[in-house]
Design a protein around this ligand. Sequence first.
Ligand SMILES: Cc1cc2nc3c(=O)[nH]c(=O)nc-3n(C[C@H](O)[C@H](O)[C@H](O)COP(=O)(O)O)c2cc1C
Length: 659
Amino acid sequence: MEFQYILLAPVVLLVGIIIYFLKSKSESKQNQQPQQVISGEEKKIQCQDQLIPISIYFGSQQGTAARFAKQLSEEGKEHGFITTEIDLNEVEFENEMKKGKVGIFCMATHGEGDPTDNAKKFISWLQEPQPSLVGFQFAVFGLGNRQYEHYNKIGKLTNNLLEGQKGVRCYQYGEGDANSTLEDDFIDWKKDLWNELKISLKDLIDQAKNCQVQQEVQENPESTNDNTNTGSTFKLVVSNSEEINFDQALQGQYDFQTKQFLKAKYCQVVSISQLRQNQKDGSTLQIIFDTGREGIEYKTAMNLGVYPENDDQQILEIANYLGENLDTVYSLELLQQNNRAKVPFPSPLSVRKILKHFVDFNGQLMKNTLTKLSKISSNDEKLKNQLIQLTTEEGKAGFQNLVDNMKTTIYQLIKENNIKLNLAQFIELCPRISPRLFTIASSNLKNPQHVEIADSLLIDTLPNGTEKLGLCSQYFINVQKKLLEGECVRVRVDFRESSFKLPDDPNKSIIMVGPGTGIAPFIGFLQEREIFLQSQPQRQNEYILYFGCKHQDGDFIYKDQLREFERSKTIDRFYTAFSRDQEQKCYVQDLLKRNSEELYNQILNDKVVIYICGSTSMGNSVQNLIKEILSTNGNWTEHEAEEKIQSMEKQKLLIKELW
Ligand SMILES: Cc1cc2nc3c(=O)[nH]c(=O)nc-3n(C[C@H](O)[C@H](O)[C@H](O)COP(=O)(O)O)c2cc1C
């Protein structure tokens, strides 16, 4: 008997091992491929709890909110959701935002507490009663900047309106401050997002268990899942075709900024010249564009978006690093079939143009970029850990040093660490180039053919003493060199509405407060008044200008033009503050304070429109001064003064454009 058992033991052991092996193999297979969509009988096994669609909507002006939405979309897929990032301008709200649907909103605030251009329609729609929103599940993250009076107004408004319309919040509201901690605030907010969604969306998930969603996925390739978060969602295939013409490329589905770029137009540059008397404290360029040639119409004090190009020398260096030839023309092919997938550039396109127009490799480093890079460099354990460490709490100081002091760019980080990646990965890693916004410094009445802007060059000094120019500053300097060499240069631009408009009532006086490049819109206003006074010399109102800079013989931009306006009485009163020309510093606020009694009476009787243009800190000081004047000269309480300011803003008697 004992002998028989001894004989059976190895057989039992062998069978056990085989069963264990088969079982663990099948389990690990399931773990590896949880969301693959297949047909027939197997479909039931594939039903995953989280497999429900989530739309990630964004309201973005310069691309940050669009970038955050993309990041959420990538992460959502890793967590098994079917996520798509969507420009709010491309949405049929009633169809998409209703019971049974889930939306996450990344909402930036612009102007003075205004929605971004692509979210304007949505916010208006949301302010009307919308029965479809009952039961719609939502979460909101707001992007703002604490320096602005209406901090994150649109994020908060979106959250409150969706709730007020009986939407169901499925994750807490969050917001971030672009003045300091925006990305950290975002990381903090989304820490528990996906796990909490799996709980709060349980009802929808239970419905999905019936595999209905699964069928939708199969029938509708739009929702096809894509797990490619570290590498590329597209591939580049060498093409023998001609490069695409940008003007014919508008039809495709593009990344947010690429779409803006393609809608913009090329405009020839007439001249670039220096506006300062000397460049000891910096440089301000006057750039004049020929709009007449392109048949473009604009209005005084509108905003001009400029799409800067990367530097040719740097493009060549990067192409070499990536092992690419600048003249190679590529077609872009999506790796997954997804009707809503966005592409970063129109194709076929040469490496030169891809790198020149669509890849912001000098952009500010973000923690998300480091996380992605760590995945790409997974073969180098040491580097991978270093990169990850920089994204953690312990690595905070190191990360700040890299970004704030060293101004390390994405390309520098890649090169210094000898990280190997291909062109497609590089494109996916870098953000798109955002337009730089300027207030137009010319009047369409005076010169409908030309548009003028003033650009104060952005120059960072690195710890080793070298100076580093911002992308747009470098671009304009390159354009200036080309013009001097006799080249014809065209720059891609678009025109945007601004809040600066002259009052309809010709009897209303205006006070213009515009130190530094904040003077730009007032040059246009004054050109317009000059024309008006020629036909109607009888004055019904006053134009009062407050300008400030450091030195009257250094950075007094538009000096001759402004003195001429003063001489011709186009400006009735012109107050100047040269902060460093005397021992005691003096700013526009100090000049306004000296005239506080007059200002109080003008405000009290709603006799003036006050325009403030320039830095947020200057704008806030001027606004605080107005409150102070109301309290001191009229004994208003703080609350009353605050209410008066709000009512002035509503009635467009106080208009600000701050940056
Ligand atoms: C011209 C301008 C106006 C802005 N106005 C506000 C504002 O009123 N309130 C606020 O909280 N943030 C304001 N911001 C900050 C933006 O909301 C913040 O920078 C955000 O990250 C931009 O996102 P985007 O790149 O997607 O447009 C303003 C930024 C700019 C450039």
